[in-house]
Design a protein around this ligand. Structure first.
Ligand code: ADP
Length: 270
């Protein structure tokens, strides 16, 4: 190569490098903005229950000689602390999955067990609302990843289906194969979502009706957690919904074939 040609190559490489650097900087700034936004949201969300607990504590002191009032305020304080605990737990869950804290050694997870376990854990809440919760899982399919995280994702969808439905309705969880991917769908006959809201529900802290969500113990983080868990497993979440007609949230995940499994794990899974 002539020196001139080399010079041109070096210059081209240099500008590509600068471009990459710029791209990195834009990305770093974006990540930074997202983080700042998240911290602002978290502080705001934590302030409400903490403020409530402080006010209630004051009220308890003021009404110290009225046992009925003390009991009432005490119960409210308990409710607010439960909410705080839930919020903190979900914030930790979310930051773990956001940082791609995937298990170092993924397991070969049977889809049927994920569905069964998620439904089992949600059973008491469903019964309390007289919601008929049923599970249907057809085949002997596997996903490579974390059993606990996958159950957490499906459980979040089932909990939402129950929370955003009226008493006496039905919630179904089903699994099937769709274009070589495992599809786990959670269907309800609940309040449904507008098209606009279906596009936003996966955003952190987004709630269609904050008052209703708060009443049912919602934090607005559940679906972000689902989205991240599913992304960590190489999949995606889809939603179909109509206002007043119910919703179907579907998790699509790559199916693990026996020979896809990380060496050693297939053995362990048997
Ligand atoms: P939350 O803790 O408030 O339930 P999520 O992130 O799980 O937060 O859900 C975000 C919002 O999406 C909820 O506040 C609710 O308005 C809406 N949503 C989620 N699942 C359903 C559903 N099955 N039916 C109707 N609305 C839903």
């Amino acid at each position: 190569a002539t020196p001139r040609f080399l010079h041109a190559r070096v210059a081209a490489l240099g500008s590509a490098f600068v471009l990459v650097l710029c791209d990195d900087q834009t990305e770093a700034r974006r990540v930074d903005a997202v983080r700042r936004d998240f911290i602002a949201n978290v502080s705001h969300e934590l302030k409400t229950p903490i403020g409530a607990v402080a006010l209630l504590a004051e009220a308890v002191t003021d009404f110290a000689d009225d046992p009925e009032a003390v009991a009432r305020f005490g119960q409210k304080m308990q409710r607010e602390s439960t909410r705080l605990t839930q919020l903190v737990k979900e914030i930790i869950d979310l930051s773990r999955v956001q940082d791609h804290e995937v298990p170092a050694s993924p397991e070969r997870v049977p889809v049927a067990r994920v569905v069964e376990e998620a439904v089992d854990r949600a059973r008491t809440v469903a019964d309390g609302k007289h919601i008929e919760l049923s599970a249907l899982h057809g085949g002997d399919w596997y996903i490579e990843g974390s059993f606990e995280l996958l159950v957490n994702a499906v459980r979040n969808l089932v909990d939402n289906a129950i929370h955003y439905s009226n008493e006496g309705t039905r919630v179904g969880v089903g699994a099937k194969l769709e274009d070589e991917r495992v599809a786990i769908a959670v269907t309800d006959q609940g309040i449904g979502l507008s098209t606009e809201d279906t596009e936003r529900v996966f955003e952190r802290f987004y709630r269609v009706d904050p008052a209703r969500s708060r009443m049912t113990g919602g934090t607005g983080l559940g679906l972000s957690i689902v989205k991240h868990i599913v992304a960590t497993h190489g999949g995606e979440v889809r939603v179909w919904s109509r206002l007043g007609q119910g919703s179907t949230f579907t998790i699509l995940l790559p199916q693990a074939h026996a020979d896809d499994i990380t060496p050693g794990l297939a053995e362990a899974a048997r």
